[in-house]
Design a protein. Structure first.
Lengths: 346, 558
């Protein structure tokens, strides 16, 4: 039985994690996808990243960038005046309430980012936890949770959000109260999404051989869940997070538009401004509606572009590659002769 | 010699991957004469399937091909598949060249009847009526030996057994009368007794219709059984090409010799088993067994008041300390179920199963805690049995950490290095991730993990069936060495009699959940008492064309 062939199959490709000073940077989540992408997909991804970064920067630097406060109606030179067209003092004009549109748009980015972060973080934590427990243990708990998730799905999500906004804020309108109310009402809509994705992944991973291997060892459930199942079940979450973030912006705008968002005196909110601008449109005042509207579209589009392209890149079947025009490349080592292996092993 | 039906000249194929271009086939030249069976053999990744798929123009978009692949029709029309348009290629498929795939159950569409599917391939090429197409389908089914074809033509794929499904797939390939059939591992997914039938069918079809067959396989026994000529591929190149008797009798290339040398043959393990038996202390036969099953029955519950499926039916067996029991059977015979029950992964329905004296029937967490550290398990698929996010060292350290022998994977590193060395993996591989290892290396790491706690019993569930034959030989040898050194008892599950014979002291044969025969290797293999064991033995193709021809006759008379 002694044969010169010893080791084998596709001999391990050079381990990526072993070399290079900047190796960690090249493997960082988004950077890796950018390097991987080509052509249109790369364009979409870069555009998405660019818009999203701009949106976040705008929010973070709002106090520096905005010429006036979100609820400011007058300065040293006196009142702004209502429905003023764009001018040197007010680049985007003023609203019917006498606010500066540019400042409202910039401060609105801050509100949107806060709501998105709180909403996504809360639904992520709760959804993943429920999905993990439900998928791993199964049984009646699983059945009940799936039923509840389905029931929430069946509700129109905006209606649910409105209901919760009323319950949580009870009509009061402080900045944080409003943001939390908006974020939590969005959370309830999102939890079922995370729950279902994580649960189905957990159910799949649970039957993998490496989980069986852990069970044979008598590994406690908690350790199996955290060490083996959870980490293998959350790979698709970053994609859902980016897609949900854009949905959260739209839901927030919807809430504001319907009057369940944040009061104008507490913080700036695009949906509210848009609603106040409805009457202006017919009288030829375009600036009050256009700028908040554009902000919503651009912010949501940036997130969606990023989410969609990350999604495509994660799937090898959807990922485009540059085909080589000529037959090229080396034959991969598929088998190693005994003598060379020995050397490797030393 | 008449003009070849297919001529491949200097073919090179590369694939665009995330890591840049990879060359799969490099400078391969082959030809297939009419009515000839050409076997292309090689391990996985050697480019044999890519070469065959090029014949049908089935390369994916990421592939780039160079060279010429010329198909010649009986009328003398030549077409170069590499250059041809997609529309012309579609005409050629089915009429001149057809394909038989590896996994018959995934090739057939479950929502259409098989007759519809066969007729569909006819109607794609010829304008004929539904009725005529259907009668062609019936004819094709009759040709491949499906009983009652008039009735079976309206059945759905799930109503056929695995072997019959493969016959249907072959009927689909044959219905348009192609000059060349490419069969990509046509019997790999089938049981060995069914494999013998399918090989017989292919041989008969070649004789009746004069169709040339390109047979892709890694099984040298299948090659010896069916092929006229053999092409051996290795790392994308053709290393040897010879008529079948010549290749087996006098292999020229170094690689071919190594490949033939690593094919397990019946009777090889006997010397080792006898040496082990001689070395046992007195009174060993009376010592308490590690595993003892009495009338062990395992049923899977049925749905909607249908009766459950009995996977294991009143099996009684025992494994004594330091003994290797080989469990052989076809798919669905219950061998994996028994292995999983011993490891506590599958509840026992009836009878008794005692592992280290602990009754497994109805046992729960606490009761099993005493059994677990004394038992190691090696899984079938080395790719799936490691957590992809942990390094090999962390995976191997897992049992040590769970059972409190080490506080953290880092603290266990010394023991892990020892274990990796015991299975002949370099220490540095500990910091690699599972996907960075080859199949054989992963299976060795899996062995290291199973041995981490110095178990008294090792359960190995088809540990080498996912590996190439050359790798399998190496892993089996390592297995035997470790067993001799550490002296653990072992349940070795496999569908391959030759592999089991290599390692086992005793062999147990399962058939449809029942234990049909059990005894020392020499007894079971030389004087099989049960009819099924005899059939199983006779169906096993041996890597020797002349011997195999004799065995084929013997099987026919059974």
């Amino acid at each position: 039985m002694s044969v010169p062939i010893s080791s084998v199959g596709t001999a391990g490709a050079a381990p990526e994690h072993l070399g290079g000073r900047w190796a960690w940077l090249r493997r960082a989540p988004v950077v890796r996808q950018v390097r991987q992408s080509v052509g249109l997909q790369r364009g979409m991804l870069l555009a998405g990243i660019g818009l999203t970064t701009a949106f976040v920067l705008l929010a973070a630097l709002a106090p520096l960038l905005a010429p006036y406060g979100p609820s400011q109606r007058s300065d040293a030179a006196g009142s702004f005046g209502t429905q003023q067209p764009p001018s040197a003092e007010h680049w985007f004009g003023t609203t019917v309430g006498g606010y500066d549109v540019l400042s409202r748009v910039i401060w609105g980015a801050q509100t949107a980012v806060l709501v998105v972060v709180v909403a996504v973080a809360a639904s992520l934590v709760i959804g993943v936890l429920l999905g993990l427990v439900s998928g791993y243990f199964g049984g009646w708990l699983d059945r009940v949770l799936v039923l509840v998730a389905d029931a929430i799905y069946a509700f129109p999500s905006l209606l649910l959000a409105i209901l919760l906004a009323i319950v949580i804020s009870g009509g009061q309108s402080s900045m944080w109260g409003g943001i939390l109310a908006a974020a939590l009402s969005i959370t309830v809509v999102f939890i079922p999404q995370y729950f279902r994705v994580v649960r189905s992944e957990v159910v799949r991973v649970k039957s993998e051989a490496f989980v069986d291997a852990a069970r044979v060892l008598g590994t406690p459930h908690r350790r199996i869940m955290t060490r083996h199942v959870l980490r293998n079940s959350v790979r698709t979450l970053p994609l859902i997070v980016t897609l949900n973030a854009s949905e959260a912006i739209l839901t927030l705008a919807g809430l504001g538009f319907l009057g369940f968002g944040i009061e104008p005196t507490a913080a700036a909110e695009w949906g509210y401004d848009l609603q106040r601008a409805v009457a202006d449109v017919t009288s030829g005042i375009w600036w009050t509606a256009m700028f908040p509207g554009l902000a919503i579209v651009i912010a949501a589009m940036g997130m969606t572009l990023m989410g969609e392209s990350l999604n495509d890149l994660a799937d090898p079947r959807l990922r485009s590659r540059t085909a080589s025009a000529e037959v090229a490349g080396d034959v991969a080592e598929t088998s190693v002769q005994a003598d060379t292996t020995k050397e490797d092993e030393r | 010699m008449s003009e070849p039906v297919a001529q491949i000249t200097d073919l090179a194929v590369s694939f665009a991957t995330d890591q840049g271009s990879v060359r799969a086939v490099d400078g391969v030249s082959l030809q297939v004469a009419p009515g000839e069976v050409l076997a292309v053999v090689g391990e996985s990744g050697s480019g044999k399937t890519v070469t065959a798929k090029t014949l049908l123009g089935l390369l994916p978009e990421t592939a780039t091909a160079r060279g010429a692949v010329v198909l010649t029709s009986p009328q003398g029309v030549r077409t170069d598949v590499v250059q041809v348009s997609a529309a012309r290629m579609r005409q050629l498929r089915g009429t001149e060249v057809a394909m038989v795939f590896q996994e018959p159950s995934t090739v057939l569409n479950p929502v259409y009847t098989v007759g519809w599917q066969i007729a569909e391939s006819v109607r794609a090429h010829e304008r004929i009526s539904r009725r005529a197409a259907r009668s062609r389908a019936v004819e094709a089914l009759r040709q491949v030996g499906i009983p009652d074809p008039e009735e079976r033509v309206d059945h759905y794929p799930h109503q056929f057994s695995g072997g019959q499904k493969q016959r249907v797939v072959i009927a689909m390939a044959l219905v348009l009368g192609p000059d060349l059939i490419v069969a990509d591992e046509p019997t790999t997914a089938l049981d060995v007794t069914v494999q013998a039938e399918i090989l017989d069918l292919l041989r008969r079809l070649r004789d009746e219709t004069g169709t040339a067959i390109v047979l892709i396989t890694h099984n040298m026994g299948v090659v010896a059984d069916l092929a006229d000529r053999v092409a051996v591929m290795y790392q994308g190149r053709l290393v040897e090409q010879a008529p079948v008797t010549e290749l087996f009798a006098d292999p020229q290339a170094e690689y071919t010799r190594a490949l033939l040398g690593s094919v397990p043959r019946l009777g090889e393990g006997r010397v080792r088993a006898e040496a082990r038996a001689a070395g046992r202390p007195d009174g060993w036969a009376e010592s308490a067994p590690v595993v003892s099953a009495t009338d062990l029955t395992i049923t899977y519950p049925g749905r909607f008041r249908r009766p459950g499926f009995t996977a294991v039916d009143q099996v009684s067996l025992s494994i004594r300390p330091g003994e290797v029991l080989g469990l052989v059977g076809e798919s669905g015979s219950g061998k994996t179920t028994i292995a999983r029950a011993i490891a506590g992964l599958q509840p026992v329905s009836d009878g008794s199963l005692r592992v280290f004296g602990t009754e497994m029937r109805g046992a729960r967490g606490k009761a099993l805690a005493g059994v677990r550290p004394r038992l190691g398990f090696v899984f079938q698929d080395p790719a799936a049995s490691f957590n992809p996010l942990l390094t090999i060292a962390e995976c191997v350290a897992e049992p040590l950490v769970v059972h409190g022998r080490a506080r953290s994977p880092e603290a266990a590193r010394g023991r892990v290095d020892e274990l990796l060395e015991a299975v002949q993996l370099p220490r540095s591989y500990g910091s690699r991730y599972p996907h960075e290892l080859s199949g054989g290396q992963r299976q060795r790491a899996s062995l290291a993990r199973a041995l981490a706690l110095d178990p008294e019993l090792l359960v190995a569930d088809e540990p080498t069936s996912a590996l190439d034959v050359s790798v399998q030989a190496r892993v089996l040898e390592l297995f035997a060495e470790l067993q001799a050194e550490l002296g653990f008892a072992c349940l070795f599950v496999s569908h391959d009699l030759a592999v089991v014979d290599l390692l086992a002291d005793r062999i147990a044969v399962l058939y449809r959940g029942r234990l049909v025969e059990e005894g020392p290797g020499s007894e079971v293999l030389d004087q099989p008492r049960d009819a099924y064991t005899r059939r199983l033995l006779a169906s096993l193709p041996v890597p020797d064309p002349e011997l195999q021809a004799e065995r084929r006759e013997a099987l026919r008379s059974l």
